[in-house]
Design a protein around this ligand. Structure first.
Ligand code: ADP
Ligand code: ZN
Length: 719
């Protein structure tokens, strides 16, 4: 028997299988999709069996071992790998690796063991037992076992030597039961609501329609989560399973709690903050059919559930569904592809759908369903936009209105959410004497001052250096920190108000469980003000929050990207939706220097349809998605002259070979130098281009042996 194995190396030069001989004693464990260890040149590598042949070939090397007896990649996932390779032009192995938790990836020397609970059971009948003479400790142990207290750990405490003795005499035996590490603390009970009319109609329409992909457009607080749970309930009653994708699970612990409260232990959770052991266990629960629902971030879309009935993607507009490293897949596309195989439904939910998704409803590629009112009958919060051009003259980051409102809420013992989408203390470090600006030596970006650590940091590569008063250029002591980040605002809040302030941004959430801890303590009202970056904008449901303030709504407008207006509208609508979610009415104050910008004006009423129309007009004029597709090509090298020359050649070739495509560039990107490598960008715009994939593949293959140039291709890039 011989097998064709796809090995762990993700390299275009070896993006194919290699044949090996199977030693006879391993033959019975050989199945397609099983992980094996093989010799490869001088190395020992892991890989997956892709094909089995019964040919008799002697000159092949033998596989070393079958790593695990279970099939790691089932038939569906194997097929899905080819889909991802075709859509992103990645190597096949990288597509499979993206689907698996680390413990199951093909990767030599990652050892993550199953965890077991050990129990002791009687190994002989009671009659036999009565004829054996036991000492006092041994009798004690036997009694405990008979009473059902048979954990090995506990019995060992009575007497290890007696227990060992019983084991060697084979009076008792040890049994191992797999232990799943992730423990759920399911202490919260969420009420089950009777669906309101709108919700009922949506559920009925999704279940009865023959369409497969739905966009659920529901304003914040309209009860989308209740709709998801009802849909899943229906699926489970038909013996089907469900996947729920959320943008970032540690930011949505409440969502998970609500699902757990409804579906108990029928849920596995997959996200990046779990330990590798926990991920492995959750994955096996799914593969072994122990759970019917999977909730997780992007990669949970690959969960090996059988008989999938529905895949729900909450906050579908979020950028996290697109993976930014290879393979650059979009979880929405993968969900739709998997749904085809399972004949399942896909529901994309959002209060602010992406323009791409919403425009697909207009041409009936997606089926639009709507929730137009808040589920608890409350009106949307009242939004006030404050012009900071006027307020700035007073020299404060806070407008008078925001200060007054914060004081009013503090007095009433209500809570406040403040958004500033920039972390650190100052986002711009400059010399007021000579104009020197502090920049990262590895990247082409300005450094951010972090006061608590006294460091200047690069938010791209992590570079950090002690901050200094003296300008390195003119040597005057005139370095100033301009711009403002969450750390600075926290300091200001503590000066201005007698309030307990909690900050949530990348710097305060570095450790495991940090998000949950912050959210819980704010929920318990251990703090009055929660200040944070976009992390606080999504999904949180704090009953006592009646004021949301946006310190500076313009940070996301400044991003040099054609989606900056869309991001701004999303962010403001989402964060506004956090206010007044219970009995008390909520208000929202948005501070901005661009009060007449439509993305800001329209977020006041969360008027998505009008925003959609205006933004579509602009996209049409400038020929941007959804009016065309984009491909972003990056030509990367440490050699500046080389990368400049090659990128010009590539752009020329693309123009010659892709007649229906607009080729833009090569140009120096908004960030030209990252981690000491130079990058030139080429952008392709097309509506229909038959040669596109084959030509780009040719290009990748041409450069695959060139060690000095890296080509990075991103289809439908997000950033
Ligand atoms: P969304 O996911 O659209 O933001 P949620 O599902 O979180 O909305 O619902 C918002 C709030 O309304 C939650 O507190 C939820 O418990 C409540 N809710 C949802 N559906 C109903 C209903 N049918 N009746 C009463 N309250 C509801
Ligand atoms: Zn840097």
């Amino acid at each position: 028997m011989t097998v064709n194995v796809l090995v762990e190396l993700s390299n275009r030069n070896i993006d194919k299988t290699f044949s090996y001989l199977v030693p006879v004693n391993m033959e019975e464990d050989i199945k397609i999709g099983v992980r094996v260890k093989v010799p490869f040149g001088k190395q020992k590598l892991e890989g997956f069996i892709m094909e089995i042949n019964n040919s008799k070939t002697d000159d092949l090397k033998e596989i070393y071992e079958v790593v695990d007896k279970d099939v790691i990649l089932n038939e569906e996932l194997l097929k899905l790998g080819y889909y991802i390779k075709d859509k992103t032009l990645c190597t096949l192995i990288s597509a499979y690796q993206a689907m698996l938790p680390k413990a199951l990836k093909a990767k030599n020397n990652t050892i993550i063991n199953k965890s077991y609970n050990k129990y002791i059971e009687l190994n002989i009948s009671k009659e036999e037992l009565s004829s054996i003479k036991l000492n006092e400790k041994q009798q004690l142990i036997i009694n405990e076992i008979k009473n059902g207290n048979n954990s090995k750990d506990i019995l060992s405490k009575i007497s290890i030597s007696s227990l060992k003795n019983l084991l060697t005499k084979e009076i008792v035996k040890e049994v191992k039961v797999e232990n799943y590490r992730l423990k759920s603390n399911n202490d919260i009970d969420y009420p089950i609501y009777k669906l309101n009319e709108e919700q009922k109609i949506v559920v009925r329409e999704i279940l009865s329609s023959n369409d497969k992909t739905f966009l659920l457009h529901g304003v914040t607080g309209s009860g989308k989560t209740e709709v998801y749970m009802e849909l899943i309930k229906q699926m489970l009653s038909n013996n089907k399973t469900a996947i729920v994708l959320v943008p970032e699970i540690s930011l949505t612990p409440q969502m998970v709690d609500r699902f757990k409260s409804r579906f108990n232990n029928n849920i596995a959770i997959l996200h990046s903050r779990l330990s590798e052991g926990e991920k492995y266990d959750e994955y096996r629960k799914i593969a072994n059919g122990l759970v019917k629902i999977v909730i997780g971030a992007r990669s949970a879309v690959f969960a090996p559930l059988k008989n999938i009935g529905i895949i729900i993607i909450d906050e579908e507009h979020t950028t996290t569904y697109k993976q930014e490293s290879n393979p650059k897949y979009n979880a929405i596309d993968v969900a739709i592809e998997r749904a085809k195989t399972h004949n399942a439904k896909v529901v994309l939910g959002s209060a602010t759908p992406s323009l791409e998704s919403y425009s697909k409803t207009l041409v009936h590629i997606y089926h639009l369903v709507k929730l137009t009112k808040r589920a608890n009958q409350k009106p949307l919060p009242e939004v006030t936009i404050v012009d900071m051009n006027e307020e700035k003259k007073k020299g404060s980051y806070f407008s008078k209105l925001l200060i007054d409102k914060i004081n009013e809420k503090l007095e009433k013992k209500e809570q406040i959410l403040l958004l500033l989408n920039r972390r650190g203390y100052a986002s711009f470090i400059t010399c007021s004497n000579c104009g020197y600006v502090s920049k990262c030596p590895n990247c082409d970006v300005t450094l951010t001052y972090h006061k608590s650590s006294g460091m200047e940091r690069c938010h791209y590569c992590g570079y950090a250096a002690p901050s200094r008063e003296e300008c390195p250029s003119c040597h005057e002591k005139s370095v100033k920190n301009l711009g403002v980040g969450t750390e600075k605002i926290e300091e200001e809040l503590n000066k201005l108000f007698n309030a307990r302030v909690l900050r949530m941004d990348l710097d305060t959430t570095g450790y495991k469980g940090a998000h949950e801890k912050i959210i819980k303590s704010f929920k318990k009202h251990e703090y009055d003000i929660l200040l944070g970056t976009q992390m606080i904008a999504k999904g949180l449901d704090f009953q006592n929050v009646t004021l949301v303030g946006v310190i500076n709504a313009d940070t996301s407008l400044m991003i040099p990207n054609f989606r900056s207006s869309e991001y701004t509208f999303d962010l403001l609508s989402q964060v506004a939706g956090r206010s007044g979610r219970s009995e008390k009415n909520g208000s929202v104050i948005i501070q901005t220097f661009n009060k007449d910008h439509y993305a800001i004006k329209l977020s006041k009423t969360q008027d998505y349809e009008t925003f959609f129309k205006q933004e579509m007009n602009i996209r049409k004029k400038l020929n941007y998605p959804p009016y065309c597709y984009l491909v972003s090509i990056k030509v990367i090298s440490t050699d500046y002259e080389l990368v400049k020359k090659e990128s010009n050649i590539i752009a020329k070739k693309l123009k010659e070979n892709l007649s229906n495509t607009i080729v833009l560039g090569p140009s120096i990107g908004s960030i030209f130098k990252i981690k000491n490598t130079y990058r030139f960008g080429i952008t392709l715009k097309y509506k229909k281009e038959d040669n596109l994939y084959s030509y780009l593949e040719k290009l990748l293959n041409y450069y695959k042996t060139n060690t000095k140039i890296t080509l990075d291709i991103d289809f439908n890039p997000i950033l």
